[in-house]
Design a binder for this molecule. Structure first.
Ligand code: PLP
Length: 367
């Protein structure tokens, strides 16, 4: 640790230390090539191995079947809000969206530019503090696809299991803030996308996992770069891909594998989140923001008795080496993002600091 603090930021977020150490070396000279990883031609042998191995490690972790393409694209998760309906929402068609926060709302906004959106469920009535139960979901008659957000980064809620769309309707997920934090059954999805900068690598690259029949079914009248088939056909090498981001994702995938794979991640993430939620549940000073059965294992959102105390808490935490705790501007409060690479020791240290803060400020809260 020494010169590194506890980074609880929501994204770009903390990366595994062994990955950063390896990258330090490879920036200078990667694989004995005499060139740094950012200086490689994307058409050269060294980079070819990097992208092939990154894809292989990605496939191995989730057991991705052969009839799915793994793509490394640009434009962030936000461009997927557009690319998904551009490719998969036919003219005159309807797409169903499960609206559980700001990111789902942004996805809806882009789909509405292109076709009809049916909001099959929404948690807006209680400020997105919960995940709608299956009984509250009302699908339209024949949606082109069903879209949902697996983890709501801003509100700290997370789907426990995926919703069940009507038979034959592809399920599409924005998994930006919990991808590979737990096992994922890819066969239940038509398309999965995740901006890398929360759990998988640096910003600038998006992981897209898409089933072959959806690649083929995609609209053909779109700009070349916006069609999934372009990138599927050329294995993400139609144009210069985000080479450094792909390299980093490859390292992160291998780090996940060395830590017990997705099952290992799930176990550790559950333990880490329990440290924080157990403390929040017994505190009469701090309180968790999300409804307990919908709580995220990635983003733990919580409040203090007053906004003044919250500002004081965030400022003092920063002095003690806990960065990134300020909640999203649309919710206020605090948010501890404890992605895969965030250590359990950091959760324990944070609870200790919260206990101290609670003791020192309880009087201010009741007076
Ligand atoms: C951060 C985030 C996004 C936005 O990602 P960009 O890569 O900045 O476009 C979208 N969805 C979710 C769930 C996020 O957490």
């Amino acid at each position: 640790m020494s010169d590194r603090i506890f980074n609880l930021g929501a994204g770009p977020g903390v990366l595994p230390e062994p990955v950063l150490r390896q990258a330090q070396q490879d920036l200078w000279n990667v694989a004995g090539s005499g060139m740094g990883v950012m200086e490689l031609s994307h058409r050269g042998k060294v980079f070819d191995r990097i992208i092939v191995e990154a894809e292989a490690a990605c496939r191995e972790l989730a057991g991705i079947p052969d009839n799915y393409r793994v793509l490394f694209l640009q434009g962030g998760a936000s461009l997927q809000f557009s690319m998904v309906p551009m490719n998969l929402l036919p003219k005159g068609g309807t797409a169903d969206y499960l609206v559980t926060g700001v990111w789902s709302e942004k996805a809806v906004k882009e789909a509405k530019r292109l076709g009809t959106v049916h909001e099959a469920a929404s948690s807006a009535d209680r400020n997105h503090s919960y995940i709608p139960p299956a009984s509250a979901i009302r699908y339209s008659a024949s949606p082109a696809y069903v879209h949902f957000t697996t983890n709501n980064t801003i509100y700290g809620t997370q789907w426990r299991t995926e919703p069940a769309p009507p038979a034959g309707v592809p399920l599409i997920a924005d998994t930006s803030s919990d991808m590979y934090s737990r096992p994922i059954d890819v066969t239940r999805y038509g398309l999965i996308y995740a901006g890398a900068q929360k759990n998988l690598g640096p910003s600038g690259v998006v992981l897209v996992i898409v089933r072959d029949d959806l690649v083929e079914a995609g609209a053909t009248d779109l700009p070349t770069m916006l069609q999934y088939r372009t990138h599927a056909k050329d294995r993400s090498l139609y144009n210069t891909p985000p080479t450094f981001g792909i390299y980093m994702m490859g390292l992160v995938f291998r780090w996940i594998r060395s830590e017990g794979g997705l099952a290992g991640m799930a176990e550790r993430n559950a333990e880490k989140a329990t440290v924080l939620y157990d403390y929040l549940d017994q505190s009469d000073f701090f309180r968790g923001s999300a409804e307990p059965e919908s709580r995220s294992l990635m983003n733990v959102c919580f409040r203090a008795p007053t906004e003044e105390l919250e500002a004081k808490f965030i400022a003092e935490a920063s002095k003690r080496g806990f960065e990134g705790l300020k909640g999203h501007r649309s919710t206020g409060g605090m948010r501890a993002s404890i992605y895969n690479a965030f250590p359990r020791a950091g959760c324990e240290a944070l609870v200790q600091f919260m206990q101290e803060f609670e003791r020192a400020n309880r009087a201010a809260a009741v007076s």
